[in-house]
Write a protein that binds this ligand. Structure first.
Ligand code: HEM
Ligand SMILES: [Cu+2]
Length: 556
């Protein structure tokens, strides 16, 4: 019994619980959404540490002017691998993985619509990452062309090594897995909801995953096709992106950013979802303006498809194109601002409990607003012309993607860890982790705004000793070391709490959505009984039958 692998149940005997199936094969062969979700989370933690190590090496090289800690070739490989890793092997798969774990639980289902497809997605992601990192061990080394691999730099004859080929192949594989995840999520949300769980009642996290999944389905194929063309160019002598032979280098940029801009929303919308779950629970109030949060997500998703060329203002697309892409980009600030207002209004007058998830949630709002504001600034063409490819851009996207997505990820880990494992993370270590992260993060990236405006280019191996450049870069590097320390505290907290953490019980935060209606961790079949769903907060309705969220649901 204990070595059985939970495949499709076809016998009437009770299913073995996850605890009985801890052998390696049970994990490798699993199609259980919770086991697959946990595997995503473990692998992304490993990549987070790798990507962080790469970032540290970059920052040590930049600590003072004229440094030669790394070789220029190594430097190029490191910033390329750092960016690629953080985006495609940390933030994106973390959010997909936490989605895969939570979706069925939140809508009262037993599993995803297509459990085997779910496993396929995970393994494509897993081997895609291995393919990418294998490049470090080849003679030519890792890719060194930046995370967007612009042509003609990434093409023959400018790139004689095979790094970009590993890059394209690894991302191609994991990208196909992401499209499959998108399809799986959409079908699950549309067809597997428990009775009463209408689309107007699903948790906001589920709404965000829904819109994100549609984006995955629409935009990953663009880059998949572009990878195929790039591989045809480099391996079979085609010339899609090489101008010297009639191809177009700018075409690559259109393909890349046609995918790449929606991709940044793929990285942030599920993060918005996490925040929209955490803020109400820790403010002890229902979310303010559920419909607005959901509808503004749909608006952001649609708008995000039509703004890609704001990454290409410096190309010289002409005034009409520049004016359109500038305006369209600024429009996105409206639905985004709506969300910020919703979160602040939810906190307003609430009984706020600043436990670690809420600390990260609150810092998320502040830092994401900073990243959003610099985003509106560089949506203005003349401003972008001044700061493009400078450290101002590096500061901007780290505020959005680290201060935003990664802070939300931390909020989510502290919030759901008890559900995943049955144990609480330590609050003391959590607070240390939080403060080290906030201080380290702002110290690393705030000064980069100034460095950028003063003209320091990004992707630069070293720099001249200009006034203030050395001291600001040193400050940034010290911040990065503090971030390294915070990551150690985080991992330590996970390891210690897995063994000795306080037992969590079913619902330690007194939350209201269905994942908290079952044991921690949930049994293989998720629920013994799914509570009735008569509103957006089923567990509130259950505990307060005389004052349900939707007055019609009152049981007399
Ligand atoms: C999960 C968090 C992070 C994400 C998602 C992220 C993402 C990125 C991306 C996409 C790039 C661009 C690479 C390229 O232009 O090819 C980049 C560059 C960089 N990141 Fe990060 N990063 C994260 C964390 C960090 C941390 C913790 C540090 C500092 C310790 C850091 C420092 C840098 C530096 C120095 C660069 C090089 C900029 C350049 O191109 O010149 N990043 N990061
Ligand atoms: Cu963009």
């Amino acid at each position: 019994m204990s070595s059985r692998i939970p495949l499709v149940p076809e016998n009437a005997a009770p299913l073995p619980s996850l605890k009985e199936n801890n052998g390696l094969l049970a994990w490798v062969a699993s199609v259980d959404h919770k086991q697959i979700g946990i595997m995503y989370l473990i692998i992304t933690l490993v990549y987070f540490l790798l990507g962080g190590l790469e970032a540290l090496l970059i920052r040590i090289q930049l600590a003072h002017p004229g440094n030669d800690f790394l070789t220029p070739e190594m430097y190029n490989q490191l910033f390329t691998m750092h960016g690629t890793t953080m985006i495609f092997f940390v933030v994106m798969p973390f959010l997909i993985g936490v989605g895969v774990y939570l979706l069925p639980l939140m809508i009262g289902a037993r599993d995803m619509a297509f459990p085997r497809l779910n496993a396929l997605s995970f393994w494509l992601f897993f081997f895609g990452g291995i393919l990418l990192y294998y490049s470090f061990f080849t003679q030519s080394g890792a890719p060194d062309v930046g995370w967007f691999a612009y042509s003609p730099l990434s093409e023959k004859p400018f790139s004689l090594n095979k790094g970009p080929t590993y890059w394209a192949l690894g991302l191609l594989a994991s990208g196909i897995g992401s499209v499959a995840s998108g399809l799986n999520n959409v079908v699950t949300i549309l067809t597997m909801r428990t009775p009463g769980m209408t689309m107007r009642r699903i948790p906001l996290f589920v709404w965000m995953i829904f819109v994100t999944s549609l984006l995955l389905i629409f935009v990953i194929p663009i880059i998949t096709a572009a990878f195929a063309m790039m591989l045809l160019d480099s391996l079979l002598g085609a010339t899609f992106f090489t101008p010297a032979h009639g191809g177009s280098a700018i075409l690559w940029q259109h393909f890349f950013w046609g995918f790449g801009h929606p991709e940044v929303y793929i990285l942030i919308l599920p993060a918005f979802g996490i925040i929209s779950e955490v803020i109400p629970v820790f403010s002890r109030k229902p979310i303010y303006g559920y419909e607005f949060v959901a509808a503004s997500t749909v608006a952001i998703g649609l708008l995000s498809l039509g703004v890609w060329a704001h990454h290409m203002f410096a190309v010289g697309l002409g005034n009409v194109a520049n004016a359109y892409f500038s305006l369209a980009s600024m429009l996105i600030a409206i639905p985004t601002g709506v969300k910020v207002l919703n979160w602040v209004a939810t906190m307003w007058g609430g009984r706020i409990n600043f436990a670690t998830p809420m600390l990260f949630g609150t810092a998320f709002i502040i830092e994401f607003v900073i990243g959003g504001l610099t985003g509106v600034a560089i949506a203005s063409v003349p401003i972008d012309w001044v700061v493009t490819d400078s450290y101002f851009i590096v500061a901007h996207f780290h505020y959005a993607i680290f201060g935003g997505s990664v802070f939300a990820i931390f909020a989510g880990v502290y919030y759901w860890f008890p559900k995943f494992t049955g144990r609480m993370l330590s609050e003391t270590l959590g607070k240390w982790h939080f403060w080290l992260t906030v201080i380290g993060f702002n110290m690393t990236f705030f000064v980069q705004h100034f460095l950028g405006v003063m003209g320091m280019p990004r992707r630069t191996y070293t720099y001249h000793d200009m006034p203030y450049w050395g001291s600001m870069n040193l400050l940034s590097t010290i911040g990065a070391l503090i971030l390294g320390l915070s990551a150690i505290v985080f991992v330590w907290n996970i390891l210690v709490s897995l063994r000795n953490g306080k037992p969590a019980g079913d619902n330690p935060w007194n939350a209201w959505t269905l994942e908290w209606a079952t044991t921690s961790p949930p049994a293989v079949e998720n629920f013994e009984l799914v509570p009735p769903v008569r509103g957006r907060r089923p567990l509130w309705d259950l505990a307060h039958p005389d004052q349900p969220d939707e007055p019609g649901a009152k049981i007399v």
